[in-house]
Design a protein around this ligand. Structure first.
Ligand code: FMN
Length: 186
């Protein structure tokens, strides 16, 4: 059966976005995808844990889509994690309500792929920088999926953005219908 996908979209300035705006509009057209715009829903950062937990339970795949900000996510996504993934609900002895759901990060970065190599300016790859999210997914017994990463967001032309949008659409379709990756954390 097709999996239901929830996209937690975290971009504080969507009107100024070139990349994420196209990606999220593409995602909206994929059947089975719910787009949840966190900055639109919670401009004051007052995340409602009950509402968010109910949404999570209605879906099988959680995708956090955001631009890379200071090697991590925009602040509202962190606030969301802090408030929604409660002890006794998402993890701990009492509750593992997210058990077995898939988690994927979809990230755009200003820096080039080379800048995120061992010899590059940022030294670590984005996969490595996303480890706190991977650890969070693991603690909640969710199944971490390889991140969907787009580098060089500032330099991308319309054709590259369009190619990226099609790749994102394909990845979402695989998450919906395909065999999930069973990543083994080293
Ligand atoms: C506050 C802030 C922090 C950023 N930090 C990073 C960063 O750590 N690494 C990086 O490669 N790009 C960084 N960027 C660039 C954004 O990732 C880039 O502008 C974004 O991915 C482009 O997507 P958009 O067109 O949807 O806005 C940062 C941008 C802002 C505004």
């Amino acid at each position: 059966m097709a999996r239901r996908i929830l996209i937690l979209f975290a971009h504080p300035a969507i009107r100024r976005s070139r990349f994420n705006r196209v990606l999220i509009e593409t995602a909206r057209m994929v059947e089975g995808v719910t787009v949840h715009d966190l900055y639109e829903t919670y401009p004051d950062f007052a995340v409602d844990p009950d509402r968010e937990q109910a949404l999570l339970l209605e879906h099988d795949v959680i995708v956090a889509q955001h631009p890379l900000f200071w090697y991590s996510a925009p602040a509202l996504l962190k606030e969301w994690l802090d408030l929604v993934l409660e002890h006794g609900w998402a993890y701990g002895r009492e509750g593992h309500r997210l058990d077995g759901k898939l988690w994927m990060q979809a990230v755009t970065a200003g820096g080039s792929e080379r800048a995120y190599s061992p010899d590059g300016l940022n030294h670590w790859s984005i996969d490595e920088l996303l480890r706190p999210f991977e650890a969070t997914a693991n603690l909640c017994r969710m199944v971490w999926q390889p991140p969907f990463v787009l580098h060089g967001a500032h330099l991308a032309d319309a054709q590259e953005i369009d190619r990226a949008a099609r790749a994102y659409q394909a990845r979402l379709t695989t998450l919906r219908d395909g065999t999930p990756v069973r990543a083994v954390t080293p």
